[in-house]
Design a protein around this ligand. Structure first.
Ligand code: SP5
Ligand code: ZN
Length: 356
């Protein structure tokens, strides 16, 4: 049992996003980032005796501090644009599936205009075909970000640790892009909220199985927000594929404020915890005064989305290592897709953190 109850900030609105199918290498696969994740986690944390706190709508400031307004406007309006037709009735499905990507390969210096068709316009912001926007997606993503704002507010107000049950997850959302099941970057929003509340230097430690390319991108040039991640090696063919390499360490004022620790497929507790310990020491040595943990539990052995082999005790120990920093901390939910073990993994992490 944890030494203290952790505030668990959640919202029923986060259940409103239903990914239905992800379009993955040409096949429609069942989405794994489902609303049932919310209830699996809630149930486990309620059983552990943590304090459930229902979130409320928050101001836009933190979102605008980390995202371009064009991305927010697209996500806010996309489902309605699709519903306005005629394609929804023509193809008989309710979600915007990105269909055209106006990268420089296409535009080639031409004076390209924003596309009128929403499924083509989506390619300005979407960077994969697996992250669909349907009815309720915006409301859920917004509520997830608001959970992060509220949890950060609790920590700014003196709580040693607060947990945001943010869903859909966020760490793959970039300043102006969405992908990897992420729409709004909840962890970045938490960090921005702490910063606006007086934090001078925020350390973000990302223990999701995948590198948080969105968070890395948002803070890549900044010295006041450190980003460190342990993840499965993108060079072994894993998401996010094109970034997450150890050589990426930040630029300009942010030089040295990014760290990537990629691990080989099949890595278990020993290698993974050594990397978590290194990141914990790094944020402490750099003089961070607050911590944000991107708490993905998809590095667990049973998870269908990654080849890492971390145990529940491994997650408890990761919590202990990060709790030992003694930094006021916001833990923000990221990935984790194996419903039978999901809640227990999150509970194990919080138990370790709150017992350090
Ligand atoms: C937040 C997070 O953990 N995002 C995961 C992003 C990685 N998604 C890559 C998906 C690869 C295809 N998965 C196939 C499983 C069948 N749905
Ligand atoms: Zn992940």
């Amino acid at each position: 049992m944890s030494q203290y109850a952790v505030p668990v900030v959640w919202s029923p609105e986060t259940r409103r996003h239903d990914p239905r199918h992800e379009v993955w290498v040409g096949v429609a696969t069942e989405g794994t980032e489902t609303a049932a994740r919310v209830d699996a986690i809630l149930e486990a944390l309620r059983t552990e005796g943590h304090d459930l706190v229902e979130s409320r709508p928050q101001p836009d400031d933190a979102l605008l501090a980390v995202h371009e307004p064009e991305l927010l406007e697209f996500l806010r309006s996309a489902a309605a644009r699709w519903a306005a037709g005629p394609y929804r009735d023509l193809v008989g499905q309710e979600r915007v599936v990105p269909y055209l990507f106006p990268t420089p390969a296409m535009t080639a210096g031409m004076p390209a205009r924003p596309a009128v068709a929403v499924h083509a316009d989506a390619g300005r912001f979407a960077y994969d075909t697996m992250t669909l926007v349907g009815p309720g997606t915006w409301e859920a993503a917004r509520a997830a970000a608001d959970c992060a704002v509220l949890a950060a507010g609790l920590v700014a107000g003196g709580a040693p640790l607060a947990y945001a049950l943010s869903r859909p997850p966020g760490h793959h959302a970039t300043p102006a892009g969405f992908g990897g099941s992420c729409y709004l970057n909840n962890a970045a929003v938490a960090a921005a909220t702490l910063r606006a509340s007086g934090a001078q230097r925020v350390g973000i430690v990302d223990i999701d199985a995948h590198q948080g390319n969105g968070t890395a991108a948002i803070f890549y040039e900044r010295a006041d927000m450190l980003y460190g991640s342990v993840h499965v090696d993108p060079a072994a063919g894993w998401f996010p594929h094109v970034v997450g390499y150890a050589a990426e360490t930040g630029v300009g004022a942010g030089e040295g404020a990014t760290r990537n620790l990629p691990l080989p497929e099949g890595s278990g507790d020993e290698q993974w915890l050594a990397a978590v310990a290194e990141l914990a020491e790094w944020v402490t040595a750099a003089g961070c005064d607050h911590l944000v943990v991107s708490l993905g539990v998809d590095a667990a052995a049973d998870d269908p989305e990654s080849p890492l082999q971390v145990s529940a005790d491994g997650y408890r120990e990761a919590g202990r290592l990060l709790g030992e920093t003694a930094l006021p901390a916001v833990a923000v939910q990221e990935g984790g897709y194996h419903l039978p073990t999901l809640g227990g993994l999150v509970a194990a992490y919080l138990d370790g953190h709150a017992s350090a």
